[in-house]
Design a protein around this ligand. Structure first.
Ligand code: ATP
Ligand code: MG
Length: 482
């Protein structure tokens, strides 16, 4: 990756920020006229340095929430309270959505789950309490003056995540920042500075006090990022995974017989990356980033360590690891307070990931193919991708054989679906209607009329009952079999 210099980064950031919508500059002048400061902070400033214009525009202000609300109400189309206790008011005007938060200095009670908030008086004070130096930069508006009290620009140029305060203190104050380090490493592709990483390791157990919802949100962002492997390896390496996703760390203990040189952990990360490569564009069947597919790929083999058996013939087996793995996945996702639908979908994929095994050896009957499709239900497109991704053998011939077998299965699914769609086609008038219209009793002629209508339906598609009736009468008047 080409790493830009500090000067190049500053040019990019200035350019991006100067193109903020006019409405935003108008808002900044309103704060200024009221005697208050307004600055763009955090994510959007960091993203400006990376050349991305943000859609989430987060601001910090010297104004207290009541003042902020008054100014936003006069400026926006609508405004709402995001968390008055935290001093955040949001507003929308046209396409711009802004969140404005009063300067803060956080106070933490030892052992508490949530920080208590104190309002602060300076932008610099607000910035230094943030999680990482690259997130602790601001741009004052409307003057466009950059404020970077913690050296965020240098760290951004060096692609490093560093806490502004000593990392032990920072992570002790709010242990969620430990998860956020891994999340930003995954999103930005940055490294975590050595001391910061050491503090992640030392303070990982403090994550026990963080609510499951906050941990889940960071895990979800990590997994749907550009470099999830990077974030996951960091979680495992620092021991954070032992607390938030122990199933992942434990994968390092199970050796997979099919890949004797690779452990299941390495295999799972590779399957995750291969599954990501099979995600589709926005209009495709599995638009990326797809959390469900990714998490299923990561978790598909978590049942292996618990089911590993050394057989008397020297073979290693993992009987029913997909069933055990599905149970473990469900339990973990429940603990992390995932929504019911995601739990159901991921669990189903883990449970079905082995089903395709053996397809190449013993031919599947049509009913076996149908059962595969019915069991997968609305997860079929994801299951196709998970199963194809679950092949990490270095043996090219074996990989090609498996891919060809899956091509064959998908072709049979299509073929059966087509046949069954055709089989489900009925003429637009049924036997009773035919007898009534033509005034004939049941018999051979009704059969002939039915066949005529079915042919019509196949040829011309649905034409409506009235038209079908006319065509039937027309056909009857010329029917010679009478
Ligand atoms: P994203 O692009 O994912 O929204 P972001 O940097 O905006 O990234 P947010 O979670 O929206 O991240 O938080 C906004 C800003 O608030 C961060 O940039 C950071 O400065 C600060 N922040 C958020 N959470 C914490 C925390 N737990 N401790 C300290 N600062 C935080
Ligand atoms: Mg944000």
């Amino acid at each position: 990756m080409h790493v830009p210099t500090l000067e190049q980064l500053q040019r990019i950031a200035s350019y991006t920020v100067s193109h903020l919508p006019d409405d935003v500059f108008d808002l900044a002048r309103r704060f200024e006229s009221a005697g208050h400061e307004l600055a763009l902070v955090g994510g959007p400033v960091r993203d400006a340095f990376l050349g991305h214009a943000s859609h989430d525009l987060d601001f910090a202000t010297s104004a207290r929430p009541e003042e902020t609300e008054r100014i936003l109400a006069a400026w926006g189309d609508t405004h709402w309270d995001v968390g008055r206790a935290f001093g955040t008011i949001a507003a929308r005007k046209g396409d711009s959505v802004v969140e404005v938060t009063t300067y803060r200095t956080d106070e933490y009670e030892v052992g508490s789950r949530k920080p208590s908030v104190e309002y602060g008086d300076t932008l610099e004070g607000d910035l230094t309490r943030r999680d990482f130096t690259v997130n602790s930069m601001a741009v004052r508006l409307p003057s466009l003056e950059f404020v970077d009290p913690t050296g965020g620009q240098e760290d951004l140029a060096a692609q490093l995540l560093i806490t502004p305060a000593p990392p032990e203190q920072s992570f002790d104050d709010d242990p969620l920042r430990i998860m956020r380090a891994a999340r930003f490493a995954a999103q930005l592709g940055f490294d975590v500075a050595p001391e910061t990483m050491a503090a992640m390791t030392a303070l990982a157990p403090r994550l026990e006090i963080v609510s499951a919802e906050r941990i889940r949100a960071e895990l979800e962002r990590l997994l749907t990022s550009r470099w999830p492997r990077k974030g996951l390896e960091l979680l495992v390496y620092t021991g954070v995974a032992d607390i938030v996703l122990p199933e992942l760390s434990k994968l390092q203990d199970a050796v997979d017989p099919q890949h004797r040189h690779k452990d299941v952990y390495e295999h799972s990360l590779t399957v995750l990356e291969q599954a990501i490569d099979l995600e589709t564009g926005p209009d495709g069947a599995v638009p990326g980033p797809d959390f469900v597919l990714r998490f299923a790929a990561l978790m598909h083999d978590v049942g292996k360590p618990a089911t590993r058996r050394f057989e008397s013939n020297g073979q290693v087996t993992f009987h029913h690891h997909e069933v055990v793995g599905a149970k473990m996945t469900r339990a973990r996702m429940r603990d992390l307070r995932f929504d019911k639908q995601s739990i159901k979908d991921v669990t189903k994929l883990v449970e079905l990931h082995q089903r395709f095994h053996g397809y190449g050896e013993a031919a599947w009957s049509d009913s076996a193919v149908r059962r595969y499709v019915t069991d997968a239900g609305d997860q079929l497109e994801r299951l196709h991708r998970l199963t194809r991704a679950d092949c990490t053998t270095r043996n090219r011939r074996k990989a090609m054989r498996l891919a060809a077998a899956y091509d064959d299965l998908e072709a049979r699914i299509d073929e059966l679906a087509e046949q069954e769609e055709l089989a489900a086609i009925r003429p637009e008038l049924d036997g009773t209607q035919i007898m009534e219209i033509l005034q004939i009793p049941a018999g051979r002629e009704v059969g002939a009329a039915y066949a005529f209508l079915l042919g019509l339906r196949m040829e011309e598609g649905p034409i409506g009952e009235d038209a079908a009736r006319e065509r039937l009468e027309e056909w009857w008047s010329t029917f010679s079999g009478r």
